[in-house]
Design a protein around this ligand. Sequence first.
Ligand SMILES: Nc1ncnc2c1ncn2[C@@H]1O[C@H](COP(=O)(O)OP(=O)(O)OP(=O)(O)O)[C@@H](O)[C@H]1O
Ligand SMILES: [Mg+2]
Length: 286
Amino acid sequence: MSLVSDLGHSRGQAATGTTFAVAGGREVHIRVRNLTMAYGDFVLMRDLDFTVQRGEIFVIMGGSGCGKSTLLRHLIGLNEPAAGEIWYGDENFTKAAPATRELMLRRFGVLYQSGGLWSSMTLAENIGLPLGEFTDLTPAQIREVATLKLSLVGLKGFEDYYPSQISGGMQKRAGLARAMALDPEVLFFDEPSAGLDPVSSCLLDELILELRASLGSTIVIVTHELASIFAIADNCIYLDTETRTMGALGNPHELLKSCTNPGVRRFLTRGREGAEGVREGETAHG
Ligand SMILES: Nc1ncnc2c1ncn2[C@@H]1O[C@H](COP(=O)(O)OP(=O)(O)OP(=O)(O)O)[C@@H](O)[C@H]1O
Ligand SMILES: [Mg+2]
């Protein structure tokens, strides 16, 4: 659907015929095996073990400071595991040679917690930056792709605006457009709705669902917005600060019904004790 689809991205080529390529009839896109995350001697989380299916919206949730952003940083290679491995399809990301890893990274799009647009560049220039670096597109083609990506997030006509000239919600959407610049197979969003009003936050959720439908990307999102989690997550992992490992894994609606981990129940019911009797709709929107 875009000018960059002929860049040689190996979309769809990964994950064929290995022991863990298929689980329950669907294709495993990301596999995290016995991951331990540490800063020096401080072990933040251990024994994280989970898979993300291709095309899934997967949420990393948990209290502030539990290690959500750190897990995201491991998934995109900014932090190295203290133990364990991360696989994309049948490629071992953790053990990959630098050149291979560099190629794998180009298939990722990232929206950082801080947003991260360059303030001295227009929106079109921000989105064009990775295209200029990693493709042979001409400046005119780059501009065309930038316009296309901005229109996907409802910002057509804002190509020549600087980040400071648009609202916080628009900056988030521009960040999303930049994350999508190279038609990524996997999109990583760290707190995409932080700082947005509830209506903008809801619109962003709808946008994320639309992007998944139109691009078919796998989407990994860090968030503690319950409404978002219940609205868009196919599956989620809860990082438990008390036990320093994963407290739950699964669909959030199912977890709300049946998960017995007290930390997970507190989280999913906004801290209400004795979560029995809390109705799902109440929790998701109340
Ligand atoms: N570069 C670092 N060096 C040492 N410790 C760090 C570093 N980055 C984060 N930490 C620590 O790791 C823990 C987890 O941080 P992280 O940013 O992953 O949490 P988080 O779950 O994303 O929190 P929040 O919801 O507030 O964004 C915190 O205690 C933090 O102080
Ligand atoms: Mg964080």
